[in-house]
Design a protein around this ligand. Structure first.
Ligand SMILES: [Zn+2]
Length: 390
């Protein structure tokens, strides 16, 4: 509880800690002393000097452990080293991949990117305690992929088994809608709220629901499929079997196809940033296109908000500068239509956090440390011994 409070408030005095946690100041002193001795917390300069005794500020020691965060999309793999405070210190990226069609290729690229990060980390004497991976398809979480063992045999293993075995580290894999939600939960504009919903626009439209600070997983590996909410009763058939699904109108390819059609351009030449720029410049066709798409997103958001009454709704993913534009339009669209007592209560926030996906993947590991204060890293004792010896 003490460690989590310090992590959350970043810089906090012992007196403030007692107030935030409800623990007796003597208990705080005892626990803090222990955590400082263990190098998990560190004290920094006095923020104020009261009579006699300076109020030392406590911070977590972010460098006591590091996590490799990896984000896999349909055509890229990115990896970075992240310290316990969420600071991203290195990043490598491989683009232009067709990961979906070739698992062996994916695993090799994934392993290669992790290897680069780990080698640098080990050379710099960093203590790496795990690997968090955000993956684009729910298949990666559940199905058994074929990997090739060092002896050349084919093995059927899950992605986390393959990577864990190769690097001898704990590995957690989750859908990258959830890793983006984790990043918002810990580092977003309104980090720390209890309940929120993320709509993640990419190749399709996915999402994540956070209830009481926890990601909602449902009973099947397909929760939060906001892309398949019906937003047009008379709409076209979706691949899922339903008609008029949100992602037919609001996935990134659907938005670009619609915008290209309205501009009389081939789809392949258009990017979300060009569409956003044209909208901001007041291009009449683009304003109409974006407003039209925002209506479909709004229909979904009204249903979600009326169902869950969350603290906030985030719109993000691969929308770039379109994310805040859609957020503002959706906010305007929903106010007159959501349940009366919810009006003007629920901010719709566009998010395009660059570090989000890899940092959120690292949080798959780091959240366990914060939430359970399970601080016995396998290598911590070794580090302490070597630092004492040094
Ligand atoms: Zn559908």
């Amino acid at each position: 509880m003490v460690y989590r409070a310090v992590w959350t408030f970043k810089r906090i005095s012992r007196i403030e800690l007692a107030a935030k946690t409800g623990l007796h100041p003597a208990t705080i002193t005892h626990i803090v002393d222990e955590l400082v001795t263990e190098s998990l917390l560190k004290e920094s300069g006095s923020a104020e000097i009261s009579i006699g005794r300076p109020a030392l500020q406590l911070e977590i020691n972010p460098e006591i452990a590091y996590v490799v965060g990896v984000n896999v999309t349909r055509d890229s793999v990115s990896a970075a080293l992240i310290d316990l405070s969420g600071q991203v210190s290195q990043e490598v990226s491989f683009g232009g991949l067709q990961v979906r069609n070739d698992n062996k290729y994916l695993i090799n690229r994934l392993a290669q990117s992790i290897e680069i990060i780990l080698e640098d980390a080990i050379q710099a004497g960093r203590n790496v305690i795990g690997i968090g991976i955000g993956a684009p398809e729910r298949d990666y979480l559940t199905s058994r992929l074929v990997s090739v063992s060092p002896s050349g045999e084919n093995h059927e293993q899950t992605l986390s088994e393959v990577i864990s075995e190769r690097f001898d580290l704990p590995v957690v894999v989750d859908h990258n809608s959830n890793t983006l939600a984790l990043d918002l939960q810990y580092f977003g504009e309104i980090a720390g709220v209890s309940n929120f919903v993320l709509l993640r626009h990419g190749f399709g439209v996915g999402g994540s629901v956070v209830i009481n600070h926890e990601i909602y997983y449902g009973s099947h590996p397909t929760s939060s499929q906001f892309g398949h909410l019906t937003v047009d009763n008379n709409g076209e058939k979706c691949w899922c079997g339903n008609f008029g699904c949100l992602e037919l109108y609001a996935s990134v390819p659907a938005i670009l196809a619609r915008a290209a059609l309205d501009l009389g351009l081939p789809t392949s030449t258009l990017t979300v940033e060009q569409v956003a720029a044209a909208y901001k410049a007041g291009h009449i066709a683009m304003v109409a296109t974006i407003q039209n798409v925002s209506k479909y997103i709004s229909f979904a958001v009204i249903t979600i908000v009326n169902t869950l009454a969350p603290d906030a709704v985030f719109i993000g993913g691969a929308l770039g500068s379109l994310a805040p534009i859609f957020a503002q339009l959706v906010q305007e669209n929903i106010e007159g239509r959501i349940y009366p007592t919810l009006r003007n209560q629920i901010p719709v926030i566009g998010t395009s956090q660059a570090a989000g996906p890899v940092r959120g993947a690292a949080m798959l590991i780091i959240r366990n440390i914060i939430n359970t204060a399970s601080l016995d890293f396998p290598t911590t004792a070794d580090r302490k011994q070597s630092s004492k010896a040094g």
